[in-house]
Design a protein around this ligand. Structure first.
Ligand code: 2GW
Ligand code: MN
Length: 296
């Protein structure tokens, strides 16, 4: 849809999020109906965001889970690429959650960048590894992350940064448009449709991808807590949402709309191929070998 409601925004528009957009695009939607910016390449001036966040002393935690086979398969490439592209110029602290702390690659990190390894248990079912992340994220924000960082991003490990993923992505509550759904009609969104599940929803704004979400420590902690409660409630009722934690995340963002939305440029699947609206792919899905990685 063509965005006909483009408004020039400035620093004072919004109490929590900085929006410094000088240009606009007409081939994509750059604002949500509730006024949150949708970040596309070409609508923002990167150095203005960097300057502002340096002045505000923003700092960013990046949480990533690398449990079992995912550690060897993905963590090295993820971290090496994030050193080159993720929030360069701001203090960054990685939080690596793994059951194999001794196998975390020993990396030379840039200035003001550090890494903390937190041991977690493996789960026998992959759906449980994925869903347990919400509880661990909430607990760790409370106990550690909020003391090191103003903002936090939570990401899947099976991806590689390929271009700037910078401070323009920071906000109070940040969601990502799923690459496979951003240009599909709402009827095609794969929300959880089972009324027995707490992730059940009939309609929504967008289909968001759980591979990237973020925000202030307080907002992400609240999100992770609510999603985990929903997951627990489902377990008690003997149901599991269609796309696990992603279904609960979509429900959360429907009830608590994000203050900033990232275009699929921020997490693109190269399998989709070239699209004229994707001007730069900043983070790419890594190829999966399901047989090897998902034995059960
Ligand atoms: C996951 C699936 C099958 C076997 C293992 C795992 C697994 C996941 C694992 O063995 N170890 C591990 O650390 N993970 C973590 O969970 C890792 O960070 C991984 O990126 C994340 C999500 O699993 P993934 O990437 O295989 O799932 P996707 O790419 O299909 O992700 C979407 O759907 C998931 C729920 O089904 C999540 O919502 C995820 O955030 C979505 O991107
Ligand atoms: Mn993934």
């Amino acid at each position: 849809p063509i965005n006909t409601y483009f408004r020039r925004r400035n620093l004072l528009d919004c109490s929590t999020d900085i929006t410094l957009d000088l240009w606009y695009r007409t081939d994509v939607q750059t604002n949500t109906s509730w006024g949150a910016p949708i970040m596309w390449d070409g609508i923002f001036q990167a150095d203005l965001y960097d300057q502002t966040h340096r002045t505000k002393r923003s700092s960013v935690a990046l949480t990533v889970f690398a449990v079992g086979r995912y550690l060897d398969a993905y963590l090295g490439a993820f971290l090496n690429s994030s050193e080159r592209h993720f929030m360069v110029g701001l203090p960054v602290r990685y939080y690596i959650f793994t059951d194999l702390p001794e196998k975390v690659p020993d990396l030379q990190l840039g200035p003001q960048r550090s890494l903390e390894i937190i041991r977690v248990e493996g789960h026998s079912r992959w759906q449980d590894i994925s869903m347990a992340r919400m509880k661990t994220i909430a607990d760790t924000i409370e106990s550690v992350i909020r003391h090191s960082s103003t903002h936090v991003f939570c990401m899947d490990v099976d991806q590689v940064f390929t271009a700037r993923f910078g401070s323009e992505a920071l906000g109070d509550l940040v969601a990502l448009l799923h690459a496979w759904y951003y240009n599909l009609p709402k009827g095609r969104y794969t929300y959880d449709r089972n009324p027995q599940s707490s992730a059940f929803m009939v309609t929504g704004d967008f289909y968001y991808h759980a591979a990237v979400f973020g925000g202030s420590c307080a907002s992400v902690k609240a999100l992770a807590e609510v999603c985990y409660q929903g997951i627990l409630q489902d377990m008690e009722n003997g149901v599991e949402a269609l796309w696990h934690d992603e279904s609960h995340l979509n429900k959360y963002f429907w009830l608590h709309r994000p203050s900033k939305v990232l275009s699929p440029e921020y997490c693109w699947d190269p399998v989709i191929g070239q699209k004229s609206d994707i001007r730069v792919a900043r983070l790419l899905w890594a190829p999966k070998n399901y047989n090897k990685l998902r034995p059960n």
